[in-house]
Structure formats: structure tokens, C-alpha cells
Design a protein around this ligand. Structure first.
Ligand code: SF4
Ligand code: SF4
Length: 164
């Protein structure tokens, strides 16, 4: 895992143009069986992937926090939502609540999430490779393959399984 993480940024950069062209075609074609294929690829990859040996998403980029996330997590800490916001969050350029800093404050030394049961929806769904109508999030996926080895592998497999 360490080796692929060290090389991931370069690997993803090298594939960027190829992936962009692929996703442009995907958007135009919108294959009917795409959701099934993505679910299979996603499940197969995450059977092989040990996120506890990685945690690169938690270390290098944070989730956005919805109001429902803030309510749930602040309740967990027995805080008022505003106290939680003041302690941990800031508003970014897209006007979303995000972490004040990364690595995420809630990541422990062994890569466990300290708020796993109440973690933000964006963390639960990352890297979104099993999302329906996957072609709708191609720009996000182009970014995610640079930080998530599983997303990188899934996109590589997808190109083989679904040549366009
Ligand atoms: S989701 Fe991706 S980046 Fe996050 S820990 Fe798992 S493999 Fe690593
Ligand atoms: S809340 Fe948990 S899962 Fe989400 S980035 Fe932080 S440590 Fe990772």
C-alpha cells in the first residue's frame, strides 16, 4: 500500500488525459448497465483494499459536512452545533463546511476514525465509485484517483471492462 501511495499522484497524473477522454465518452454514451458494472468493480476492489493501511483520504482531504452531519456529530460530542462548528470547521470557497485542517482531527494514530458511527455522509460514500450514474461525477473522480488507490484501480478496471 505504501508503495502505491507514494506513486499514486504521478500515476494518476500520467493517466489524467486518457481518463478525461474516457469520461467524456462515458457521459455521451451513458451505458445502460453502468450502475451494475460499477457496483461489481467497487465491491471487488474494496474486498482487496485495507483502508486501515491507507487513510489517505482522511490525511490529505477532508469531507464536506452537511447540516445533518453537523447535527449528528455535535450531538455525539454533547455539544451545540455552533460549538462544533467553531471548534472544527470553516466555510470554504464553495460555501461548504469543511475541516479547519487536514489530516482530519478525528483520525487516530492507527488510522481509525474516532467518530466512525456518526461520520459525515461524504466519508461514508467516498470514493463514490458505486454511485448510480457514475458519469455525473467524472470531475470529482478525476481528482479522487489522485488520492485514493482504490478509486485509481477501479477506474483502470472500468476502462478494461467497458471499453468505449
Ligand atoms: S477510501 Fe481510498 S483513500 Fe480512503 S482509505 Fe480507502 S483506499 Fe485509502
Ligand atoms: S471523519 Fe473519520 S472518515 Fe471522515 S475524514 Fe475524518 S477520520 Fe476520515
Amino acid at each position: 500500500m505504501k508503495q502505491i501511495l507514494n506513486n499514486l499522484h504521478k500515476l494518476a497524473k500520467d493517466k489524467h488525459n486518457e481518463n478525461k477522454k474516457y469520461f467524456d465518452k462515458l457521459k455521451k454514451k451513458q451505458p445502460k448497465n453502468l450502475d451494475y458494472i460499477m457496483q461489481d468493480l467497487h465491491d471487488a476492489e474494496f474486498k482487496r483494499t485495507d483502508c486501515l493501511k491507507c487513510a489517505n483520504c482522511c490525511k490529505t482531504t477532508g469531507p464536506l459536512f452537511t447540516l445533518a452531519d453537523i447535527e449528528r456529530i455535535s450531538k455525539h460530542f454533547r455539544q451545540k452545533p455552533q460549538q462544533f462548528i467553531d471548534h472544527y470547521l470553516r466555510i470554504d470557497e464553495d460555501k461548504d463546511y469543511v475541516l479547519q485542517s487536514v489530516p482530519c482531527t478525528f483520525l487516530d494514530n492507527e488510522n481509525y476514525c474516532m467518530i466512525y458511527d456518526v461520520r459525515p455522509k461524504a466519508c461514508r460514500e467516498f470514493p463514490h465509485t458505486d454511485r448510480n450514474k457514475f458519469y455525473q461525477i467524472s470531475n470529482l473522480t478525476l481528482k479522487n484517483v489522485e488520492i485514493c488507490p482504490a478509486a485509481y484501480n477501479i477506474v483502470e478496471e472500468m476502462k478494461k471492462k467497458l471499453p468505449l
